[in-house]
Design a protein around this ligand. Structure first.
Ligand code: SF4
Length: 213
């Protein structure tokens, strides 16, 4: 094939560098906006959960993650450290994530509500509505993931409208133009051991799906 004229090669190189710098620009804008959200979450007093928290837990991971993981709420260890999924549930999550062949840092991990409910009670509807409308939906639109993994009923109900995890799990679901994979919350392992196996099955689906992303 004949070589393209020099002017065309130069134009192609210039347009490539514009796209690359555009992509860098977008990424740094996203990082900046995520950091601004992070600061707002840490100082937030918009629902009663702020009264009992030690630290709010905005979430962490890659700003351009292909996969976002959304749990229910911070627990005791998360409340103490300000980081998501670092307690016993987090250890199990790390274990199943390792099975996908990706690092934890390849994902963006967060929760439906960002502050620990007293005694780990289920977050109330008003708390969920306030927190997701202020923060989670903004995080999703900034990160723009190709797939969202939902851990537990609170996340499954809020983002997919299913009434049980069992009805939603075990397959990729497309909803409003977004792909989801639902499974049980890793904490379930400590009171219903048999469900741990189902979580592992669902993360095997994640592993296969990640090959296509
Ligand atoms: S749970 Fe969300 S809305 Fe409520 S205080 Fe914490 S960050 Fe604010």
């Amino acid at each position: 094939m004949p070589e393209p004229p020099r002017a065309i090669r130069r134009a192609a190189a210039e347009s490539r560098s514009v796209i690359e710098s555009g992509a860098r620009q977008r990424k740094s804008d996203v990082v900046k906006q995520l950091e601004q959200l992070d600061a707002k979450i840490r100082a937030c007093i918009r629902c009663p959960l702020h009264q009992s928290r030690t630290l709010a837990v905005p979430g962490e991971g890659k700003a351009n993650a292909k996969v976002m993981i959304i749990g229910e709420a911070p627990g005791r260890s998360e409340d103490q450290t300000g980081r998501p999924f670092v307690g016993n549930s987090g250890k199990f999550l790390d274990q199943v994530l390792a099975g996908t062949g990706f690092e934890r840092s390849d994902f963006f991990i967060t929760n439906i509500v960002k502050c620990r409910p007293p005694s780990n009670r289920t977050p109330r509807t008003s708390e969920i509505e306030t927190c997701t409308s202020l923060y989670l939906f903004n995080q999703i639109s900034l990160i723009n993931p190709k797939l969202i993994v939902l851990l537990g009923l609170v996340a499954v109900k809020k983002l997919l409208g299913f009434r049980t995890v069992e009805a939603a799990r075990g397959r990729i679901i497309e909803h409003d133009g977004q792909k989801f994979l639902a499974t049980y919350h890793p904490a379930v392992r400590f009171y219903r051991e048999e469900l741990a196996e189902k979580i592992e099955e669902d993360f095997a689906i994640l592993k296969e799906e990640m090959k296509k992303l």
